[in-house]
Design a protein around this ligand. Structure first.
Ligand SMILES: Nc1ncnc2c1ncn2[C@@H]1O[C@H](COP(=O)(O)OP(=O)(O)OP(=O)(O)O)[C@@H](O)[C@H]1O
Length: 902
């Protein structure tokens, strides 16, 4: 059936089916003004959910991205595209398979196109905070390019340093890629790369711009060629199809080639750029691909024409278009915009690539995003100004000057069971997100330092990555468990006897006579009934037969460890589950540790739990780290306690704290160390009870105390140095002494004399789950990374042996957070010594003092003695006492005390 139209006197007969199709397309895709955006988005949401069902990861993400980019082409509403990007990122992040998959970056590239205020660099910052692309060279390069576009040289350097730290094993790839960016964006700093590039020593590439570019291609080839098959030349049918819609799109986005890191077109762009600029008098180490080797126009045939479509970066055969015009297609990268511009030249004669023109009707219609205050621009170039699409809004640090006016501290919320940490809008630190995404990943309710205001989740987070640095169970080698032919392992580690079924009674040793920090269980023991294996139980990780009444005897322990033959040439990973198990098995079980048969579910707020015969009410969740949730609970005596629920169970923390208690034997020192009241070890989790500390952590204080006086930081530094000195003297490494693991025990007394102040202990170190017992390990050097973002020491980053080094590093990192409100990153300076990438402002009067201490802690020569905590303490004390100004101190103390939770 046909419909007949009369247009300009001509009768036009159109099949009805075509008319209907036209209406469908018009209404479902292009016309957002008719209120059909929701269905439009719905279609895309279906696309994403279908993509997620695909078995092949790359196929899945490419499918979704292709559709998204297509939608972007046809949709005139930026807010609509943002909503789709948001949805896609959320869904792909939720699925672990896609975290860190470079293809996901394509979604962000679309987002950058429609982000008018935040721009590329803001969005890359946000991706960085999410933490999933830390190993992606492509991410770092794109980010650096975005900063290059803003001519932000400092940030470029920071990103380069980050990339070098993060991307193992060879730095040369990183340097090559960054050199490419620098060549394009900051020609003036290319000399930075002169000494860095190993290739330069081969004298293949003279230090000219051209040749640097070529070494970049060499890098791309190295990185891309093995995994990037050049897409097959399409059939004419495909080309026909493409030219009807948008052939460029297929070239740009239909990348099902399974590349890792570098896309085929990026590769081609870089390569052709080099070819174009290549000095042919120089020997070329790069093998040219035949398809790129097109001599003259004379030789053009159908094949070469096809080739041009798929290698559009070839030198243009047609008059140039305005190369400066911003690319409407792909965002903001030199690779992609080069590609686009060149493609425009290549195709301009045969096809029309239309600029996206926004409908005047284009209005965000969804509450997901703030309504844009500025009208949508017809240009797709990301603007530098802030936009109301606030999800990525970040403070502009660069604008900060010496005389900046500090934003007032956020209101401190009332204390109580439901007290939450204060929100500091300007706080710049952001932990990686939790592993699940209940909320919009582009939520503008940004977390502050270490995750306060973790958006709608309404709970605390710490800076430990939610995804663990490594999986101790699966990834760690069993260094010394090999019972070699030399009969090396004399101690019967007897891990086969690990009581995996919780039948601990079989091997139960007698209880020790050790006391515990007010164990409720001990009080209740007599009246306690069934269900619990009890404190007579052998540890779930324990030796066969046990060792009755065995105190932690250091001499015995050392001897046993020697028998284990730990060390030698082997690299010891101190977090190895078996090593820890063996250490624990050689010791008695503390009286406050109770091993229970069975499993329990994750506790919830408002719940009542019976533990060891006592009822505990869970009042609130007061903290959450990468490993545990911490609840405020009340026992039957109405005492407030902190209950740390950790899964899998962490009896190691109990062991370490008991070891500390026995080794320190000093009440005052112990005040600064977490003490376990009772620990209930289930098969699937542990519940560790300790004193509730209502004043919060140093991190929370840092969030609230925007610009602390130098004296407060020095004073807290002295206290931290003292605590770590005592801990190290007990042969324990804390291993995670970051700001959210320093709890504040009590306010500073502004009227205290200097002598009293020097005696005071206001901090308590918690979270001993990563601690290391150096006594048990015989003081041997260790290897491996703790995996705590920004708190892995330099030795860890460089895969050098270490011992107490992480605590020195974390000490500096914590001081840094107090002053800077951001986490510290370090890099080698020109003299080769490590220093913070961005040091304190000159107006911080203790700059020289801290620079000296940091330098000492970061640059410990291998095999040399460690810095002395006593000397560090003395230096700080000397400065503190000499420069003490009473009235400034009092003012500073008041500000600090006000920053505390309680
Ligand atoms: N005794 C306590 N009193 C009050 N709050 C506490 C207490 N213990 C822990 N918290 C809160 O819970 C948070 C997480 O605790 P903890 O560091 O022990 O957990 P975690 O999962 O081991 O953390 P991380 O991810 O740092 O390893 C702390 O940063 C703190 O805010």
């Amino acid at each position: 059936m046909c419909l007949t139209f009369q247009i300009s006197g001509l009768n036009l007969s159109v099949p009805l089916i075509h008319v209907l199709a036209f209406i469908c397309i018009k209404t479902s895709i292009t016309d957002v003004s008719w209120g059909r955006m929701t269905s439009h988005r719905k279609v895309f949401e279906d696309v994403v959910s279908n993509a997620l069902k695909m078995p092949d990861d790359n196929q899945a993400i490419n499918f979704a991205c292709t559709q998204l980019e297509c939608m972007y082409q046809f949709t005139t509403s930026h807010s609509e595209v943002k909503a789709m990007c948001s949805h896609a990122v959320k869904k792909f992040y939720e699925d672990r398979r896609f975290r860190g998959n470079d293809h996901v970056l394509r979604i962000f590239q679309v987002l950058i196109r429609v982000s008018q205020n935040m721009g590329a660099s803001g969005i890359y910052e946000k991706i960085e905070q999410a933490g999933y692309f830390k190993n992606s060279l492509k991410f770092h390069v794109l980010w650096a390019e975005a900063e290059g576009d803003k001519k932000n040289q400092k940030k470029f350097k920071e990103i380069w340093t980050l990339a070098r730290q993060r991307i193992p094993p060879s730095k040369s790839n990183v340097d090559s890629a960054f050199r490419e960016v620098a060549t394009n964006k900051f020609p003036e700093i290319c000399s930075w790369f002169e000494d860095e590039d190993p290739e330069k020593t081969l004298n293949i590439f003279a230090p000219s711009t051209k040749n640097r570019r070529r070494s970049s291609v060499a890098f791309l080839e190295r990185a891309a060629v093995p995994s990037v098959p050049i897409p097959p030349i399409p059939s004419m049918k495909t080309i026909q199809f493409m030219s009807k819609s948008n052939p460029l799109r297929a070239v740009i986005v239909d990348r099902d080639d399974g590349y890792r890191g570098i896309s085929a077109e990026e590769y081609r762009v870089a390569k052709t750029d080099d070819l174009a600029d290549m000095d042919i008098t120089v020997m070329h180490p790069i093998e040219e691909e035949p398809e790129m080797d097109m001599e003259t126009e004379k030789e053009e045939n159908i094949e070469s024409k096809k080739m041009r479509i798929y290698s559009p970066v070839r030198q243009p055969l047609h008059p140039k278009q305005d190369m400066k015009a911003p690319s409407p297609l792909v965002a903001h990268t030199s690779f992609t915009s080069n590609f686009y511009n060149k493609a425009m030249n290549a195709f301009s004669e045969t096809m029309k690539v239309e600029e996206v023109v926004h409908s005047p009707m284009d209005k965000p219609s969804d509450a997901t995003y703030d309504v844009q205050k500025t009208p949508s621009s017809t240009s797709c170039t990301p603007s530098a100004s802030k936009e109301s699409f606030a999800i990525f809004i970040d403070e502009d640090e660069e604008k900060e000057d010496e005389n900046r006016v500090m934003p007032p501290p956020p209101p401190i919320r009332p204390r109580g069971l439901s007290a939450r940490p204060s929100v500091t809008p300007s706080a710049p630190l952001h932990p990686p997100p939790p592993a699940t995404f209940d909320d919009d990943p582009f939520d503008d309710n940004e977390p502050t330092v270490a995750g306060f205001n973790r958006g709608k989740q309404d709970r605390f987070l710490t800076s430990t990555p939610a995804i663990r640095g490594f999986d101790m169970d699966n990834e760690e080698p069993n260094f010394w468990m090999d019972k070699g032919s030399d009969g090396g392992m004399e101690l019967d580690l007897n891990l086969s006897a690990i009581d995996k079924d919780g039948e601990g009674e079989k091997n139960a040793p007698s209880t020790t006579t050790t006391s515990s920090a007010g164990s409720a269980f001990a009080r209740k023991r007599k009246s306690f009934g069934g269900g619990v294996v009890g404190d007579k139980a052998r540890s779930s990780i324990g030796p066969k037969g046990g060792a009755p009444n065995q105190e932690i005897d250091n001499a015995v322990l050392s001897k046993e460890m020697n028998c284990m033959k730990i060390g030698g040439d082997e690299k010891i990973n101190p977090w190895d589950r078996d090593i820890r198990g063996a250490i624990m098995s050689s010791c008695s079980i503390p009286v406050n540790r109770h091993d229970l048969a069975g499993t329990i579910k994750q506790p919830k707020n408002g719940q009542k739990m019976e533990l060891g015969g006592e009822i505990y009410s869970l009042d609130d969740m007061i903290g959450e780290g990468g490993f545990a949730k911490v609840f405020l609970c009340t026992n039957e005596k109405k005492e407030l306690l902190a209950m740390k629920y950790e899964t899998p169970s962490c009896e190691w923390e109990v062991y370490i704290l008991e070891a500390l208690r026995k080794r320190v034997r000093n009440e005052t020192v112990m005040e600064s160390l977490m003490q376990v009241t009772d620990a209930f070890i289930y098969k699937n989790c542990s519940l560790i009870l300790s004193e509730y500390l209502p004043m919060g952590t140093l991190l929370q204080s840092a969030n609230n105390n925007i610009d602390p006086h130098w004296s407060i930081v020095v004073y807290l530094g002295m206290q931290m140095a003292n605590v770590l000195k005592d801990v190290h003297a007990a042969n324990i490494i804390h291993g995670d002494a970051k700001p959210d693991n320093w709890m504040i025990m009590e306010k500073i007394n502004e009227d205290a004399s200097i002598a009293e102040l020097l005696e005071s202990r206001n901090l308590r170190l918690i979270d001993w789950g990563r601690a290391i017992d150096m006594k048990a390990l015989g003081g041997r050097s260790l290897y491996g990374r703790a995996g705590t973002e920004n708190f892995d020491c330099i030795e860890m980053m460089e895969d050098r042996p270490w011992t107490y080094h992480p605590d020195f590093y974390s000490f500096c990192g914590t001081v840094y957070v107090l002053h800077m409100k951001e986490y510290m990153t370090v890099s080698p300076s020109l003299n080769g010594r490590y220093a913070p990438l961005k040091m304190f402002k000159r107006r911080v009067t203790t700059l020289a003092l801290w620079t000296e201490i940091f330098d000492e802690c970061f640059n410990i020569p291998e095999g040399a003695p460690l810095p002395s905590w006593s000397l560090i303490h003395e230096k700080l004390k000397g400065y503190f006492v000499e420069n003490m100004d009473r009235s400034a101190w009092k003012e500073a103390v008041r500000k600090f005390n006000k920053s505390l939770q309680a």
